[in-house]
Each structure stands twice: as C-alpha cells, then as structure tokens.
Design a protein around this ligand. Sequence first.
Ligand SMILES: [Zn+2]
Length: 102
Amino acid sequence: MKEQPPIQCPECLTAIRYIPAGVSKKPPYKPYDEFWGCKNMECKYTWRPQAELKRIRAEIPVVNESEGNPQEKIVQGLRSSYMVLTDIKKLLQDIKEILSIK
Ligand SMILES: [Zn+2]
C-alpha cells in the first residue's frame, strides 16, 4: 500500500506540487528526497510518505533544542551519533561471527 500525497494543502487549501529529489541550492548542498509542498510560498506545509519521514527522523540525532548553546548541541549530536555507531559496530561484530569472517 502506497500512501498518496494530498491534492490540496490541508492548512491553506492551496494546490500541492511535487518536488523531485535533488540537492539543495545553498551550502552545504545537502541531497534531499522527493517531497510534496504547498504552492503558497508563505505556507511551509510539506508532505512526505510516513515511512520515509520515520527513516529521516531516525537518522537525526536527538538534541534538546530548549537548552544549551550551539556548541553543546553539536556535542550532544555527536554523542548520539557515536552511540548509534557503537551499536552498528556491535552488530557488525555479530554479523562477522555469524558469517565466520575474521
Ligand atoms: Zn498551504
């Protein structure tokens, strides 16, 4: 079952347009996946398939935005990334053992 984007913006009722995947025009030129956005420039409504949204959220390190300075936020983000990488490393070790790779 594939989710369908709305035809109209649920917030301002303007038509929705499809934005194909690409790379941002400003630095740091991050690649982005396809999404649907409101044609009303003042409205920030965007739509992405739920599964995709969950995947993107899962990749973003959890940072508490209400407190701390930017430096601390970066450190928090790095710490979260480190924990994820540590888990991946453990997983990799398990896979190596299963496959008997040395
Ligand atoms: Zn809108």
